[in-house]
Write a protein that binds this ligand. Structure first.
Ligand SMILES: *Cc1c(COP(=O)(O)O)cnc(C)c1O
Length: 404
């Protein structure tokens, strides 16, 4: 075996050596500019703090960015997922097939509506839902498929939409990682029946907390708007303009509205999205190049028809080539000043899911094997060249120390 570089374990910061950097680099961090602050301050000086002109402006900006006919803003990505599950008609007795390799909110959306999430395995390259595995999980009760664009790489949307068309299913795409990603030249957001985005501070753009559902179907948009505002079927701004006071509640909805403060921030952030995505892509390419020669790492795959939004840079440790387990590698990187994270514990292994649905261990072997090995390295638009080089140095140092 050829080894370019070896380092004794004693040089690791974990064992008292000099760390690569003194201040911890987080795995993700938002960027807020003076222009963002000004945009929010202007709303604070205006007459509307919520459900005013900024909400419609932000919805319009996102729908035109992703090229979808409609966009409906929500108070979080989770609220947006819940609303999409409602709009799809999910209810008790229904099932929704999703990936185990996601944030729990994706599967929880089905639970909120009284439906049951069924987990299908992922592909080994992109770690996105495997359409063949989805097909194998369909039952007469399946009503929806919830793919996730894992790490920002679009799911197999064409295959999933074809399957959905054959079986009469609704595709709710969780694109919380993937604002700005594209599949066969089409932006994520205008492809699936409904696409869900999050504007949490670790995502591509932020509104503090916030989310959006985009869709090309007016009927779905109508149901989404109903659900966002308690199930009340008229628009408060239109009522106010016409002096009408009467309203009726026709479905059980929630207060899932996004504020004008958040939308002003989102609009300002959106104006920098393409630049931020270009920077994320450049960092990912630098990592791919720097780690290509590391046999201890399996790097994230990008399929030729896809353009990733590079929300995460998840690497899989080749544990057979390392003398430490993942926990120790994470501790060693942390000691070098590099914050990493794990995306994700398979959803059905969370205690709530085990208690409610029983032990489903072994049902998605690709996702489970990936989970044991995954580490997400720092990747965010505010990273400097020095930050990126620090990550490369630390990963190279730790891999060399534990290589076998
Ligand atoms: C962030 C995220 C969510 C939830 O979004 P919030 O805005 O935090 O509620 C859902 N799914 C995935 C895959 C996410 O990354």
């Amino acid at each position: 075996m050829v080894r370019v570089q070896t380092a004794p374990k004693s040089e690791l910061a974990l064992h008292g050596g000099v760390p690569v950097r003194r201040t911890l680099l987080p795995y993700a961090r938002h960027t807020v500019t003076e222009a963002d602050i000004e945009a929010v301050a202007a709303v604070l000086r205006s007459s509307r703090l919520t459900t005013g002109p900024k909400v419609a402006e932000f919805e319009e900006a996102v729908s035109s960015y992703v090229r979808a006919r409609e966009a409906v803003a929500f108070s979080s990505g989770t609220a947006a997922l819940h609303a999409a599950a409602f709009a799809a008609g999910l209810g008790p007795g229904d099932e929704a097939v999703t990936t185990p390799l996601t944030f729990c909110a994706t599967a929880n959306a089905a639970l909120y509506q009284g439906a049951r999430p069924a987990f299908a395995d992922v592909r080994d390259d992109t770690l996105n839902l495997d359409p063949a595995a989805v097909e194998a999980r369909l039952t007469p009760r399946t009503k929806a498929v919830l793919p996730v664009d894992y790490a920002g790489h679009p799911a197999d949307l064409e295959a999933l939409l074809a399957l959905a068309a054959r079986q009469g299913l609704t595709v709710i795409e969780d694109a919380c990682h993937a604002l700005g990603a594209a599949d066969r030249g089409r932006k994520v957001g205008g492809i699936s029946h409904m696409t869900v985005f999050s504007f949490h501070p670790i995502k591509a753009i932020t509104t503090g907390e916030g989310g959006m559902v985009t869709t090309n179907e007016a009927a779905l948009a109508k149901r989404l708007r109903l659900f966002r505002n308690h199930g009340i079927d008229s628009d408060p701004n239109a009522r106010q303009a016409s002096g009408a006071w009467f309203y009726e509640m026709t479905a059980l909805g929630f207060n899932y509205r996004l504020t004008d403060l958040g939308c002003a921030l989102g609009l300002s952030q959106l104006s920098r999205l393409d630049a931020a995505l270009a920077h994320r892509r450049a960092i990912a390419l630098r990592y791919l190049q720097a780690f290509a020669a590391h046999p201890e790492l399996v790097l994230p795959a990008v399929r030729p028809e896809s353009e990733s939004a590079w929300h995460l840079f998840p690497v899989r440790l080749v544990l057979e080539r390392l003398s430490a387990d993942r926990a120790e590698i994470i501790r060693a990187l942390h000691a070098e000043g590099i914050g990493v994270n794990v995306h994700y514990l398979p959803v059905y292994r969370h205690p709530y899911y085990v208690e409610r649905f029983g032990d489903q261990a072994g049902t998605c072997p690709v996702a489970e094997a990936a989970y044991e090995r995954l580490i997400s390295l720092p990747l965010f638009a505010g990273m400097t060249d020095q930050d990126v080089e620090d990550v490369i140095r630390a990963v190279t140092k730790v891999c060399a120390a534990y290589a076998r």
